[in-house]
Write a protein that binds this ligand. Structure first.
Ligand code: C5P
Length: 323
């Protein structure tokens, strides 16, 4: 994502992030529609296709589908904030600060889902945030690498200027939105899992996301630029790869939230950072740094602490009952 936003574009402007956010939603809507149709056909094999399609239409526009308007608006906002953050921060700083969502997700799980977190799990969450930050800071591409890359890009083409404060504000807002929206979506999906499938919920979510993405992002925010330069200005294969990864990532997040939970999703994402770092060191044949090894160990320890069985409680018996 960072690369797609900061590559030199020659004389033409870089791509408009609002168009990317809209296209991601369109791809997710089409993919969810296919998956929801397959689900419906599988659960009612005896029904003719037209009946299955009617059933699907009815469930998408069910009376409670309006409940998806809130997460749709918030996710669209979050996706735009992520683009603003990654356009103004280097990739490492973005990844490290975005780990704040681990803590915001737990806070909203406690507030909205009534989940209780033990002291040991709090400790594990703080360790997780710290461990991922350690791995990221010593990642194969450090801030200095990015700075060096960017200065060479500036020499060779036009690179948009960045504003670190704006980037940090955007990442903090994105972390808060991520925690709130993911927990809201989890509650909604799990409360109605027996009657409405995950993919139907996702069709509803993407459908309602199209409106803010189109009217607020594309038309209101970037309308003038689109009229001047066109919808697909600055698009290249890297932009398309970024859009496809965003769409695929969103579908995977949906599965994680529905079949596990948000906290587990964030643990998986943190572990993936460690695994991809380890894989990069093997591929690039660079040894893992001390920082990264310590960070990876802390992440693994955090996962063990969070999921491990609580230590047996010590029960203090009154003196008379002691043998
Ligand atoms: O960073 P975080 O894990 O909060 O990102 C969630 C991402 O997953 C967002 O980009 C959101 O649009 C996407 N998502 C989705 N479908 C869902 C839930 C989340 O596409 N059902």
């Amino acid at each position: 994502m960072h690369h797609s936003r900061n590559s030199p574009t020659g004389p033409q402007p870089r791509y408009l992030s609002s168009t990317a956010v809209l296209l991601v939603e369109v791809i997710k809507l089409l993919a969810s529609l296919v998956l929801a149709t397959l689900d419906t056909c599988r659960s009612r094999p005896e029904a003719p296709t037209s009946t299955a399609m009617r059933y699907l239409y009815g469930s998408i526009f069910a009376p409670d589908s309006w409940k998806l308007i809130v997460p749709a608006a918030l996710y669209t906002l979050q996706n735009s904030l992520v683009y603003a953050a990654i356009s103004n921060l280097d990739a490492v700083t973005f990844q490290v600060t975005y780990q704040l969502k681990i803590l915001t997700t737990v806070l909203f799980s406690i507030l909205l889902l009534g989940r209780s977190i033990s002291l040991r799990q709090w400790l594990s969450l703080i360790l997780l945030t710290f461990g991922v930050a350690l791995v990221q800071i010593s990642g194969p591409l450090t801030s200095d690498d990015w700075r060096e890359r960017l200065s060479s890009l500036i020499r060779s083409g036009t690179v948009p200027t960045s504003n670190a404060f704006k980037g940090l504000m955007a990442v903090v807002a994105a972390s808060l939105t991520s925690g709130l929206t993911c927990v809201y979506f989890e509650k909604l999906v799990k409360d109605s899992m027996a009657s409405v499938s995950l993919w139907t919920r996702n069709v509803q979510l993407s459908f309602f996301s199209l409106f803010p993405a189109l009217f607020i992002g594309v038309i209101w925010q970037d309308g003038a630029a689109i009229v001047r330069y066109g919808f697909f200005v600055g698009y290249n294969p890297i932009v398309w790869v970024t859009i496809s990864l965003q769409a695929l990532g969103g579908l995977i997040v949906a599965v994680c939230i529905a079949y596990a939970d948000n906290v587990a999703k964030n643990f998986a994402a943190s572990l993936s950072i460690v695994v991809s770092y380890a894989a990069t060191t093997v591929i690039s044949r660079k040894p893992m740094t001390l920082h990264a090894t310590a960070g990876a160990t802390v992440v693994l320890l955090a996962i063990y602490l969070f999921n491990g069985r609580p230590a047996p409680r010590m029960v203090l018996l009154p003196v008379s009952q002691e043998r």
